[in-house]
Design a protein around this ligand. Sequence first.
Ligand code: PMP
Length: 368
Amino acid sequence: MTFGIDDLPVRDELRGKSPYGAPQLDVPVRLNTNENPYPLPEALVERIAERVREAARDLNRYPDRDAVELRTRLAAYLTDTSGHPLDVRNVWAANGSNEVIQQLLQTFGGPGRTAIGFEPSYSMHGLIARGTGTGWISGPRREDFTIDVPAAERAIAEHRPDVVFVTTPNNPTGNAVPAETVLALYEAARAAKPCMVVVDEAYVEFSHGASLLPLLDGRPNLVISRTMSKAFGAAGLRLGYLAAHPAVVDAIQLVRLPYHLSAVTQATALAALEHTDTLLKYVEQLKAERDRLVAELRAVGYEVTESDANFVQFGRFADSHETWRKILDRGVLVRDNGVPGWLRVTAGTPEENDAFLDAVREVKKEQN
Ligand code: PMP
């Protein structure tokens, strides 16, 4: 027997658990992790190289610990796109929105505290909760994957969580959560106990509706998290951020590691933000492709959940993993999120989506 993880004194709550693990397989068409399929334009690659070169000269020094220039630019992007005025004090940035969520749970969760999410939803909320010693409560969703407000309110009243997660558009199901639902949950949570409500808007740029940023007005316990991994097409950059009352940003300073955001990351993100319009120009195309996937999957005879994201949940399958494998056998990698009966496909380039649609048409014929 070789020495393994179970022979180490790992924390009890981590024993027997699996790490986050979307397969990174080398197949022709990869539509499994909700990335933007378009590489960065050459002009931006050049600009990144320039800014990183400048930053490299000062790598003997620690980076700006407060990432002031970057947060100022992110605040301007949010203000421009939402019409809701925000400034540097309202924005915090970290290495991906996963790190933002981790910092939020380190600040507002932790041992003896709990967080709730309405599942199926983004699995990392629960995994990061566990990693930070925060108890995780799996709240309910309806059969059609919408949030059942009375049931959610009951769960909040019963468990009195310290942190409430709402993902909109939701991953992996794709549907957006109406603002009234978020408001109802905010009220329910605050009535139960002092608590933070975190709205994860990783995919909001692909939504038919607007961002919930204006809800921040007068709601200091609300946090909206965002990322450059999806619409900005910069998943490799690892840049996530949040918007909230300045007090929330102050509170996070208590847990963030000093100099957590490298000078290279800050320089790269700033270069990307100079090209916001170029990067976001693919969003409209991806939305059109998403809508095409929904229509074509329905035409093939699949059930599809309404999508406001850059991915589509489709089903139903007696054995979703077997169907996942059959699609993979045809060179297309989609995602089995473990939602029984359903799979998820990311909107890729038109050619990738065609390859996917050909594959599922064949699989459907075989399964009929
Ligand atoms: N939130 C949601 C809902 C996501 O789907 C993801 C990525 N899959 C993230 C957050 C994390 O993204 P990142 O850390 O790349 O910003």
